[in-house]
Design a protein around this ligand. Structure first.
Ligand code: SF4
Length: 326
């Protein structure tokens, strides 16, 4: 590990000032410390934001939820308002990591976590994300776990977060505080596909700090849930996953929110699936036909073509679970 400075801040203004000077924010530390040990990350200074008043979950005036950036994964998963209104969020959290990690890791840190591409974490391998311009060892290497959507020839690593898939499906908003004050960014614009600059992973500006995630209110009644498919039943990242929320009233799907994980370089909103569902009567055939659109635009690599069919089946199964027709 490289030498680094450590600063603990007690208010957001001091945090932003320290971030502006180049400090890296750290809270639970469940990703960054690992990466520093492996010398993948070499920050000159850490800014400990764990004491900032960014905890707490509250209902917004519009009836949605604001989840503070420093709420832990375990706290968010257990919150009765999250469980009652957005089970897709609590299920995504409970299917993530381990109990110990969920007790430490924060919601803000979760969506900022970096890819689990093994070449990214191997400092002897070529990796455009870690060392821009060095190449991509995954392109012709072992790419079974890599993305099939949103890729470029520069990078095809998946975003590893589960709860980010739920946030993408629900069209959440990220609240940021920076040197120029507060601003909000739609979740779909927050995480960036690699393009020619895979080292740029999010829309945060220098010094900006995530203060909260806001989830909009959904029309009632609504049912939602998260399905994660992986090589083993716990402590494993998704091969595919599906976050689904359906508002069904009067025998018709009035609104559908669907996103996929484990397949995209960012959590992948399935707009074609949503469009196919909306305005139609729920049926087993509807779930099958909608899910058939889940992999539209997929570009498999040498070892991950199986994800195309697996994604469709994952989405279809979760549509059945949430929408009925099991
Ligand atoms: Fe690096 Fe992305 Fe290639 Fe993995 S897929 S080696 S993260 S450039």
């Amino acid at each position: 590990m490289q030498p680094f400075t450590y600063t603990k801040v007690a208010d957001t203004r001091a945090a932003v000032a320290a971030g502006q000077r180049g400090g890296r924010y750290i809270a639970g530390g469940t990703t960054l410390v690992d990466l520093m040990r492996e010398t993948v990350e070499r920050p000159a200074g850490l800014v400990d934001i764990a004491a900032l008043p960014l905890r707490g979950i509250r209902v917004t005036p519009g009836g949605g939820l604001r989840i503070g950036a420093l709420v832990t994964m375990a706290e968010a998963a257990a919150d009765p308002r999250v469980r009652g209104t957005y089970p897709v969020i609590s299920e995504a959290l409970e299917l993530s990591a381990s109990a110990q990690l969920r007790n430490m890791a924060t919601i803000g840190g979760n969506i900022m976590q970096r890819t689990r591409c093994t070449y990214f974490r191997d400092v002897t391998a070529a990796c455009n994300k870690r060392a821009p311009g060095s190449g991509c060892a995954a392109l012709h290497g072992i790419n079974r776990s890599h993305a099939i959507l949103g890729t470029s020839s520069h990078c095809m690593a998946t975003h590893p977060s589960d709860v980010a898939v739920a946030f993408a499906a629900l069209e959440a908003t990220v609240r940021l505080l920076g040197p120029d004050g507060e601003r909000t960014v739609a979740f779909r614009d927050f995480l960036l596909t690699p393009g020619t600059t895979p080292e740029r992973e999010h829309a945060i500006r220098p010094g900006e700090l995530i203060t909260a995630i806001e989830v909009p209110a959904l029309p009632r009644p609504v049912r939602s849930g998260y399905l994660k498919v992986r090589d083993r039943q716990s402590y494993e990242f998704a091969l595919t996953s599906a976050a689904v929320a359906l508002h069904i009233q009067g025998g018709v799907v009035r609104a559908a929110k669907v996103a996929a994980g484990g397949v995209g370089t960012v959590p992948w909103k399935l707009a074609a699936v949503e469009q196919h569902l909306t305005g139609k009567a729920p049926s087993a055939q509807l779930w099958t036909d909608a899910a058939a659109r889940a992999a539209d635009g997929a570009r498999p690599l040498d070892h991950n073509a199986f994800k195309v069919e697996l994604l469709k089946r994952t989405v279809e199964r979760q549509l059945r679970v949430v929408g009925g027709g099991q």
